[in-house]
Write a protein that binds this ligand. Structure first.
Ligand SMILES: [Fe+2]
Ligand SMILES: [Fe+2]
Length: 192
């Protein structure tokens, strides 16, 4: 089941712009390494990473239109920052058009931008791998520490990332999606 869907997803990714494709392949490599280190199903981690940015080339208008068409509830923060919808819209496209019926892969794609309280292991791996793409080091200068932490604990790494991300958003006076705050608090409640 995953393999036929996997082929369709690979075709879809193959049609994406070169730069985005290279990002996806780097994320896939990080995801495979993390999955192995944490004994998480490699095939799901690989597929989630491959699939995570299938809707990344859509503009804000297309994302909002698709989200509404797919019945995704659009949060006021997403109305203002529609790029946050590329995970949810991508996940729905894969489910509706490519036969994706694996819930772990679906949620990994859906929540890869904000994370989510109670995100499963495959989702955690894909979320972190996306941030650990070596080409994103200028955006995330703490990437090396994040990578080291991710080997020890996916939860601690995501907690650390979300803390930094939320501080940075607040410092800039940007909008904060509540789901990201909830994800952070969920990890805090488990760990603190
Ligand atoms: Fe993305
Ligand atoms: Fe990405």
């Amino acid at each position: 089941m995953l393999s036929r869907t996997g082929e369709r997803i690979a075709d879809r990714v193959g049609a994406l712009p070169e730069g985005l494709r290279q990002h996806i392949y780097r994320v896939q490599q990080v995801a495979l390494d993390l999955a192995r280190q944490h004994s998480i199903e490699e095939e799901k981690a690989r597929l989630g990473a491959l699939a995570h940015d299938v809707a990344r080339t859509m503009n804000g208008e297309e994302l909002l239109r698709n989200a509404r068409e797919f019945g995704i509830t659009v949060h006021p923060v997403e109305e203002k920052v529609p790029i946050l919808l590329h995970g949810p819209v991508g996940a729905e496209i894969l489910k509706r058009m490519d036969g994706l019926d694996d819930q772990d892969v679906y949620e990994a794609v859906y929540w890869h931008s904000t994370a989510h309280a109670g995100l499963g292991p495959v989702g955690k791996v894909v979320f972190l791998s996306d941030k650990l793409d070596p080409q994103k080091v200028s955006r995330y200068p703490f990437q090396r520490e994040l990578g080291d932490l991710a080997v020890k604990s996916l939860d601690r790494a995501i907690f650390e990332f979300l803390n930094r991300e939320l501080v940075s958003l607040l410092q800039k006076g940007s909008l904060v999606h509540p789901v990201e705050v909830e994800a952070r608090n969920d990890l805090a409640i488990k760990m603190l």
